[in-house]
Design a protein around this ligand. Sequence first.
Ligand code: 8OZ
Length: 367
Amino acid sequence: MSSLFEPVQAGALQLANRIVMAPLTRNRAPQGIVRDITVTYYVQRASAGLLISEGAAISPQGVGYADVPGLYESPQLDGWRRVTDAVHRAGGKIVCQLWHVGRVSHTDLQPGCAAPVAPSAITAQTRTVLIKDGAPVFAPTSVPRALTAAELPGIVHDFAAAARNAVHAAGFDGVEIHGANGYLLDQFLKTGANQRTDDYGGAIPNRARLLLEVARAVVDAVGPGRCGVRLSPVTPANDIVDANPQPLFDFVARQLAQLDLAYLHTVEGSTGGPRALPERPFDYEAMRKAYREAGGKGAWMLNNGYDRALAEAALAQGADLISFGRPFISNPDLVRRLRENAPLNPGDSKTFYGGGEKGYTDYPALP
Ligand code: 8OZ
């Protein structure tokens, strides 16, 4: 009987338990550089079997929100090195989430105030976060321009370079490719954002091509068993939709099974919202079977709205790891609280994005 509190192997990563801190955007990295408070924040949470960092931009073009960290300049990597060293001293493991937002950006955040890039020139009906006078301000995303096919090898290159930086310069144990929540790779996957007529649009293998090229390049860059992939088959986050997600994600899972991944990380339902959407049915069990039947050996990680009972039920049904997002914001000692069935601190959504220590490093652990 697998338990949340028992060790598990995820590819090359030996994890002390099955509780994972999900990636959480916190907007506290001015100039893309994490500061001392971010070292404290991750160390406080290092009893998780695995920490997944907040999304880190792979390139200036990949930035979609104010004050998110980057992975492409040496001061950014030096900042991350202080985080990974401290987490390792505390006995934890940490991977870095590789993020390109695609069309979910704003001209104010793009190099030269250029238009954000996307598979097709279709604006996402969503908002991004700018910071004005230290306070988060929501702004509608800008009209994107379609990437040319000639630019796509550069995107693959940027993911691989950022992955190499994360592991070889910044000291992360591995990386997670952000293929979820309506960002660039999810935009390519799904019909609502991808209306291309070249080899990267249309049929499922075409829409999956960029994600799979990125995954192959990143696995090559970091070595076997050190790359995870995050997917969200039906989330409406950031105005994303696919006409027929089941065959799309069964295909993606079978293709990813051929790579030596650490794990596959799936968001069930609406990210940060309902776990099931009546208007967007999806069989996650079928996707897991597709992955296993195709020989996939990575750990199977699930996310969204879990508590201890639901997590244990998911492990009993074949999941290997469960990631917790918001509960980790307000409970640095979430592992202990789950183990002891202790009450959880409530989180304050006003301090999720931007600001300093308040709502970041000041949530109390149990005495
Ligand atoms: C909330 C606010 C900003 C970004 C995601 C990276 O949804 C995010 C994100 C979430 O994956």
